[in-house]
Design a binder for this molecule. Sequence first.
Ligand code: WT7
Length: 635
Amino acid sequence: MSDRIHSLSGYIYEYQKSVQAPEQFWARIADGFHWQKPYEKVLSWNFEKPDVKWFEGGQLNITENILDRHLYTRGDQAAIIWEPNDPNEQNLILTYRELHAEVCRFANAMKAQGIEKGDRVIIYMPMVPEAAVAMLACARVGAVHSVVFAGFSASALSDRIIDCQAKMVLTADGNFRGKKSIPVKALVDEALEKCDSITSVITLKRTGEEVNMQAGRDYWWHEVIEGVSSEHKAEVMDAEDMLFILYTSGSTGKPKGVVHTCGGYMVYTYYSFKNVFQYNQGDVYWCTADIGWITGHSYIVYGPLLAGATSIMFEGVPTFPDPGRFWAICEKYKVNQFYTAPTAIRALQAYGTDPIAPYNLSSLKVLGTVGEPINEEAWHWYHDHVGKGKCPIVDTWWQTETGGIMISPLAGVTPTKPAYATMPLPGIQLAVLDNEGQELKGNSVEGNLCIKFPWPSMLRTTYGDHERCKQTYFSSFPGYYFTGDGVKRDEDGYYRILGRVDDVINVSGHRMGTAEVENAINEHPKVIESAVVGYPHEIKGQGIFAYVICDLEGRSEESLTQEIKDTVTKIIGPIAKPDRLLIVSGLPKTRSGKIMRRILRKIASGEGDHLGDISTLLNPEVVTSIQEAVHASKA
Ligand code: WT7
């Protein structure tokens, strides 16, 4: 398919076409795919309801475009290269032909377990190739997968199972992470105590640890695929049938199930992958994300495999067995495009350049970042020491809800600027709005980042609660999709993301609702009230700062602090554990009883001396006592 942009003028031309005639633009990309039945209408949309449909009437199976379509052209090419946690363990390469066989086999096994089109299947697995096989097998049979990051707790897992009323869980006995091994199946067992929709659990043997197997419910992966055929006729899906649900945090307490559909997601992840990374046949591409996040869905599995790429999947962590691991892997597989998160770059930057020095990184052509704003220092370090000054950096801005990259340079095409995501991809019509909802035209403006026209991979709804989708994304600024981010468009028309403008914080590139963390904290019986805010953190981008009012009777602050942190780990997972937790006597409130987060944010950020006017508070005196507590806790 000749749908790659090669020059800046080509970008400008394609962008203009995509705005003037969006339907023709996307039809041209869509027509490169195999449709079992052609679509009748490219797009119908309404941002009030919201109701967006792409490629209506079209029928397809995304896995035919990932697997069957590539069998004859690149059957023997590596589709997935899997690098294990332990560099001394044997790696694994799955060609397109082998991946096709594995997906079909597992699809048949799932069918045999009673899974049908439309059923929801939870994937709670480590970064092993079977996780990608599981996702594609779901897509093959028309089941809706919902991948839950294996670092989430049993309680977070059960919330998601209950919300989507899943029928099956795909998991593993354990998960190797650096020197540790995490018992995954045991967490599934715990989660399932609270769920009654699950009829079967299929467990992959990975770490070999002891697990409980409940008769009639639990099966081993290797047993269910034994003797099963590796041929499977893909289920016919409507373009707007659900492909997957992925839960993400928002400003309210409960994570939302973001819904993506088959046709549009396929077209956009393919197109954006090819253009942003400028992938050429034969290149080796590596995205370090986890499949538990949207980045893993769109840019480890779907986008690259739709494009017939070779995609690396890495099980481990950047610092095991030492902080040179990323570069060892880049050298080992001669990686051409490398995509990671600013938090990983900053963490590695802290070790200096010695861990990079032994490795030959000359294969690298493109470096990418995603998940959070990248500070200029990290950008330069990445550019100079990893890319040796010759690799363009694509700072890709997007969201779980957008399904694919929205704002990013196209590697080698768009001139970059450190800390800028630069320009929207073709088809993406951005708008910067002031707080009154006025669109700010022209350059040198700052405001709320919105999108005013549909794109193929946008979310369609939030599972089981369409009203919530409308309220969250389409109501703040009627007629627009609101991202929740603040943005600056500079004098050159370049976009720089300024961070969230809602009560969402970004910790190591992971989105965390402050209300969600507060709810978890409040589960501790001694907690009376809490408030959580983000503060600048050198490695994580933002850290989690919790102010907690407790009933201290008979208890030491120290033991309570630890217990409350443990409660959060238990309820959400280690990624939500507060970096700082301060027991306070009160929280600053307005006269109407609203917590003044602005003040708490300033204090957490070390700007407690510049709070401005606090005389309108209901309880200005608590501010002084909080400040004293902060100083005392630092001392
Ligand atoms: C939020 C979305 C999209 C994949 C990973 C995160 C922030 C994402 C960037 C970037 C600045 C970024 C935004 C966004 N974000 N990429 N390149 N520069 N901020 O997905 O968990 O859905 O979070 O991540 O605040 O709204 P997510």
